[in-house]
Design a protein around this ligand. Sequence first.
Ligand code: MGD
Ligand code: MGD
Ligand code: SF4
Ligand code: MO
Length: 671
Amino acid sequence: MKKVVKSSCPLNCWDCCGFEVTVENGKVTKVDGDKDHPITQGKICGRGRMLGDKTNSKERLTVPLKKVKGQFEEISWEQALNEIAEKMSEVKENYSPTAVLHSHDYANTGMLKKLDKRFFNCYGGVTELVGSLCWGSGIEAQTWDFGSSFSHAPDDIFHSKNVVIWGRNVTRTNMHLFHYLQEAKKRGSTITVIDPIYNATAKIADHYISIKPGMDGLVAIGIMKYLVEENKHDQQFIINHTVGFHDLVTLLNSISMEDIVTSAEVSDADIKYLASIYSDGPTSTYLGLGMQRYANGGNTIRLIDALVAVSGNVGISGGGANFGNLQVGNSFNRSALTLPQKKASTRQFTMMKQAEGILNAENPGIKMIFVTCGNPLAQVPNSTKVKQAFESVETLVVVDHFLTDTAELADYVLPTTTVFEEEDIYCASMYHHYVNYGEQLVVPPGEAKSDLWIWAQLAKRLGFGEEFNFSRAEFLEMGLSHLHEHGITLERLKDEKRLSLPVSHVPWDKREFLTPSGKFEFTSLTAEDKGYEGKPHYLPPRESSKSNPLLAKKYPYQLLTIHPLRSNHSQHYILIEALQKIKIEISEDIASEKEISEGDTVTIFNDRGKLSGTVKIMKKAHPKTINVDEGQWHKFGGSVNLLTPDEDSDNGQGSILYDCLVNIEKTNEMF
Ligand SMILES: Nc1nc2c(c(=O)[nH]1)N[C@H]1C(S)=C(S)[C@@H](COP(=O)(O)OP(=O)(O)OC[C@H]3O[C@@H](n4cnc5c(=O)[nH]c(N)nc54)[C@H](O)[C@@H]3O)O[C@H]1N2
Ligand SMILES: Nc1nc2c(c(=O)[nH]1)N[C@H]1C(S)=C(S)[C@@H](COP(=O)(O)OP(=O)(O)OC[C@H]3O[C@@H](n4cnc5c(=O)[nH]c(N)nc54)[C@H](O)[C@@H]3O)O[C@H]1N2
Ligand code: SF4
Ligand SMILES: [Mo]
């Protein structure tokens, strides 16, 4: 029997696409786009399309595993759950619940994936991870400036006279924005791309500006200098709706245009061009996440926000500093699902420094780690330290679909279900404002069980089973409860599949900001309250010739580790043989300086680690730039995070993954 059913992509991605999934004889045979989805309109990427293959993959984990004398053995669920629950009780009794660390990321955007937090809160509150490897610095920066991070609705781009894509790899990571961008261009908008890599989005741009990585804040300062000098700033907006403009002007006056041009390696003409489009709006800015993964990441986003505000592009149709879209996730009743009031104790490590936290934890030390929706061995910076940390604990439990690098280290590996094997609702707080429904379409293979089933079983054994005594539908309704007054219910979602959430399509149009002053804050009171510099200022990246000339001499090249085209982080490498090798992309000047040709084997290295692979030359990339796509598995050559630094960004909430210097040598063979 064959049926075609509407579903949703669960992957951590800007787009949150609608699917049409073909199921034949109990198997997913095709994943296609849903033409009726208002935003994604039938188009999906290869990562989404491959979720059928992922579900059917022979490599899937189907039985719980326990490591005995260094080897995995298959065990029953009963044994796995009993032993894990027993260990959790012991740890709680002998130490404290915070001797357990919950290490997670956001590999699946399903709402019920949040129930892991409910489980750990009811257990008593564990050591939790805060901040984000992904977008933490930018979210915190926009929280300081606007009070939160909200984006314009996708079709508002048609009101933009100019669109600036600032460090977002749109064709690769946000394909539906690319579609809107092409349409906006047809309707007459200009497109400018600012990026150290001449990517496919740059190719359709009217103007491409190549920039030295980590220097965007300086360029924003340069543009603002021109706007203020030429009296092209929006004085009405500044007077009525902002605080701290005087501090901003002091900053603008303290940095010369010569300094900006030399340090950012962007020409004066390009900065003037940008000033001309920002003063001739509406101009929308689509900020990417790559450029805030630096030690100055928060600072960079704050300066670009300031530029958007100074040029009068805040709260107007066709404008906006589009970064995250937290109003989407805020629509749901998260605390009903996660029960934060249940945790009696808590301790926090940042996501970035989880390895250091584990290694240095005292009173209590970390005795047990639970990993869900994450693959820290591949994705968290400084992999050598991460491995050391995860190996140092008594018990490591990993819930996953595959035997990943992290699962390989585990004492217990629990096999879980994929998107098509469970019911959930999906949305991404990144771009559009629709929520998608996805029903269970097929039966999980072997003994794979949903994350929720695992939590409920463990909860029962730990004495708080009643907190999980709800059906999936009841949990979904709980999460939707704030939306009931807007007519959004599970029943309607099941019926209509995609519903528009009641969020603003032009954020801040009422000029009411969520900051302490209620205004846009060039000088941030939230920052000051938290003990940070609140005034606008400039910070350089941490690993650069400006901040560390000695290091830059030893390691002269900037290593970017951007998101792979065909994989969502580490998730697809196991499914695509062609991806199972390391590609090291280098700018043309490095190739000539080091006499390296395309196809050569090279090793990149710094004090943290090294990685070998085959060279590809990046045409028109910014000089001294290298890229290795993130997400690779250890058995296919190793994660690029062997080289990346594990510090927190300037505002304490983000990673500095791209703030990374390396050197490169030709090698005859792989290490
Ligand atoms: N194919 C694919 N798509 C994905 C994902 C994936 O793994 N694969 N992951 C999803 C997730 S979780 C996220 S967070 C998003 C991320 O989406 P993006 O923000 O688009 O992706 P990144 O790879 O983080 O980097 C974006 C761009 O930043 C540029 N860049 C790096 N440093 C700088 C800088 O200093 N200045 C400027 N101006 N540009 C810089 C890079 O060259 C790159 O073009 O993508 C989502 N979509
Ligand atoms: N060097 C470098 N490192 C990076 C980045 C970078 O740009 N450069 N990007 C960072 C960013 S933006 C992000 S968002 C993170 C992503 O980091 P992660 O979220 O850790 O990466 P993923 O590979 O997407 O997923 C991790 C694991 O979750 C599993 N998984 C998927 N769905 C489920 C589920 O429903 N239940 C359970 N239990 N497991 C599931 C997958 O099989 C996979 O093994 O990586 C960060 N790391
Ligand atoms: S990975 Fe992103 S673009 Fe691809 S199908 Fe999923 S949501 Fe859509
Ligand atoms: Mo991310």
